[in-house]
Ligand binder design. Structure first.
Ligand code: BGC
Length: 301
């Protein structure tokens, strides 16, 4: 389960959710086994070398890490919303590497089996496949300086899209997982998403024809084959639907993605717990059914 809206806020007033102990309890008790925690480190680090991460922010991340691990959940910690890096990779590469140097150092002895690092959420824009292929090697080296064995997740450019895997140059390293995000068809999953120009025109896009299902299975098989050919585990780190899509289509799509990934033996994290794609209503303290059941199987509660 992705816990969005907590530590990925680009600005403090963009923080949408407190990380209550009861939320982490809900996630663990529902039967999820892994939390992906998106973290916007770049909003809390110096702009000049040595690009120090604010101690108060590190304390907040420590507290969240503790909350997740203490429930027996595994954790994926990423670098999220580093938008200046996407727009100007040359100007921000050193800062990106300095972030990883500090993060890896901070957690160097902490649960090496249960905390995985993900180098960067959704490289895009000026961070083209070529530039990302170079930068990810430097990022991995920074992590490996203090975490020789920890699992590291790396996804392709173009927003971790499945069809960008072909341009991903895979590093030679024993403890890597390849990660992709699945939001296809985009006009269905992102209908009426307010941060996208014109997404309101997609409102009413349904999902669930036999042709839709063929495309979905083909896309996921493409990712699984890429990973299988390299002997690398695949992880779908985000998939989900914006709340404006009709409920039945959301449930059909979510069930189809989840069951197909499980058939393929692929791990996943849903986007997300309780923001605008959420499966949990933080105000009422209840799960959205039957979306929860679509993720975990069984019948709605
Ligand atoms: C972003 C969210 C967004 C989601 C779906 C995530 O990576 O952090 O802000 O809602 O993708 O587009």
């Amino acid at each position: 389960m992705n816990i969005g809206g907590v530590l990925d806020a680009r600005l403090d007033n963009d923080r949408r959710l407190p990380l209550l102990d009861s939320y982490v309890d809900e996630i663990a008790e529902a039967g999820f086994d892994t939390v992906r925690l998106p973290v916007c480190w770049s909003a809390h680090a110096g702009e000049q070398a040595p690009f120090t991460i604010a101690p108060t922010f590190f304390d907040r991340v420590d507290a969240a890490v503790e909350q997740v691990l203490s429930r027996g959940l595994d954790l994926v910690l990423d670098v999220h919303h580093y938008e200046q890096l996407q727009r100007d990779p040359a100007a921000h590469a050193d800062r990106f590497l300095a972030l990883w140097q500090q993060i890896a150092e901070r957690y160097r002895d902490r649960d090496t089996e249960r905390i995985a690092f993900e180098l960067l959420n959704e490289p895009r824009e000026q961070l083209t496949a070529d530039r990302w292929n170079d930068l990810l090697r430097l990022g991995l080296a920074e992590v490996r300086a203090t975490s020789p064995d920890r699992t590291v997740l790396i996804g392709p450019a173009r927003l971790n899209a499945v069809d960008a895997l072909g341009d991903l140059r895979w590093p030679d390293d024993e403890n890597l997982v390849v990660t992709v995000h699945y939001y296809e068809p985009f006009a269905f999953t992102h209908q009426a998403a307010p941060w996208l120009d014109d997404a309101h025109r997609w409102l009413g896009t349904p999902w669930g024809t036999p042709e839709d299902r063929v495309v979905l299975r083909r896309d996921l098989a493409t990712a699984a084959q890429w990973a299988g050919a390299r002997g690398v585990p695949l992880f779908v780190g985000e998939f989900g639907t914006y709340a404006a899509a009709d409920r039945d289509s959301r449930v059909r799509w979510t069930t189809a993605v989840r069951t197909e990934l499980e058939r393929l033996g692929v791990g996943w994290c849903y986007w997300d717990f309780a923001t605008d794609f959420g499966v949990f209503d933080p105000a009422g303290g209840t799960w959205h059914e039957p979306l929860r059941a679509a993720l975990l199987g069984g019948t709605s509660r």
